[in-house]
Design a protein around this ligand. Structure first.
Ligand SMILES: *[C@@H]1O[C@H](CO)[C@@H](O)[C@H](O)[C@H]1NC(C)=O
Ligand SMILES: *[C@@H]1O[C@H](CO)[C@@H](O)[C@H](O)[C@H]1NC(C)=O
Length: 269
């Protein structure tokens, strides 16, 4: 959080130096400088400010038109105009996890071939990329350049962009990546990365695209979560993205109307 944004800062009175006001000022400054608490899993859509509906994004009905408990789901419709990115360290304090899960509830336009998410190093190297489309690749490149592009895991025979909703969960553990599709299909591919792989968090995270690609993601997205453990992907349908006869867990309440967060003050360029 930018210190200039601190709503309490104006209350500071330099001429009041008695101990209580000193303590108060210290407390307030400490609160204002605390990093925004990062949940696990990271709610990527929220961290990228989608609930504030930036240009090219609007609210639409989501995966379930109704749920047993409560109203129907909400999703975000992403059009070509959207340009959504943020410094990666706004999403991940410290390191990007070595073993992790990426989970999405998404409905891509039929025939699309585009990246849903890209993470770039400070030097501008794309280190992670989730592609949607026919026979999508899972792009991953550690600090040593492994795996080489010809060794990127490829999920041939799968189509993640057919105009229908899909629950896509990717589990990365050690040197394997497993795609769990719609709570049933399971495909594991080798991920020949090094033994201590690092994904840089000093660069940028880009939603719905990768640099220099003409094709960008178009469609609806309801959830995009990154967990710092490889097990979460296996539990995606049960814990995070249940069928329509179960309520959505709290973390998924992505109704922009109930969105209250200090991070709303952040501006993404
Ligand atoms: C990632 O998973 C592998 C295999 O289970 C394990 O050996 C390694 O320590 C894990 N890395 C971290 C940072 O937990
Ligand atoms: C990687 O996947 C292969 C094939 O499914 C499996 O035999 C192996 O145990 C997996 N390794 C790890 C570390 O999960």
């Amino acid at each position: 959080m930018d210190i200039r944004d601190c709503p309490f800062r104006k209350k500071r009175r330099p001429w009041r130096v008695d101990l209580s006001s000193f303590a108060l000022v210290t407390l307030v400054l400490a609160l204002c400088q605390l990093p925004v608490a990062r949940a696990d899993p990271v709610d990527v859509l929220r961290m990228l400010q989608l609930p504030s509906l930036p240009e090219g994004v609007r609210k639409v009905p989501g995966f379930c038109t109704s749920r047993r408990a409560g109203s129907g789901d909400h999703a975000y419709r992403i059009t070509k105009k959207a340009q959504i990115s943020a410094p990666t360290n706004q999403l991940f304090s410290g390191r990007f996890p070595e073993n992790f899960s990426i989970m999405a509830l998404v409905k891509a336009h039929a025939g699309l071939q585009a990246f849903l998410l890209s993470i770039y190093s400070e030097q501008g190297v794309q280190q992670l990329g989730v592609e949607l489309g026919r026979s999508p690749v899972f792009l991953y490149e550690d600090q040593t350049g492994k795996p080489a592009p010809e060794d990127y895991p490829l999920f041939s025979g799968v189509n993640l962009a057919d105009g229908k909703w899909h629950r896509i969960a990717i589990s990365v553990s050690k040197k394997n990546v497993t795609l769990l599709l719609d709570c049933k299909k399971r495909m594991t591919r080798a991920l020949p990365r090094s033994n201590s792989p690092v994904v840089d968090t000093k660069g940028i995270t880009m939603f719905g695209a990768r640099l220099l690609d003409e094709e960008v993601f178009q469609g609806d997205i309801q959830q995009l979560l990154i967990a710092s453990n490889p097990q979460a992907a296996y539990d995606f349908c049960e814990h995070y993205s249940p069928d329509c006869d179960s309520p959505l867990p709290k973390i998924q309440s992505q109704d922009p109307n109930t969105y209250v967060s200090n991070t709303a003050k952040h501006h993404i360029h």
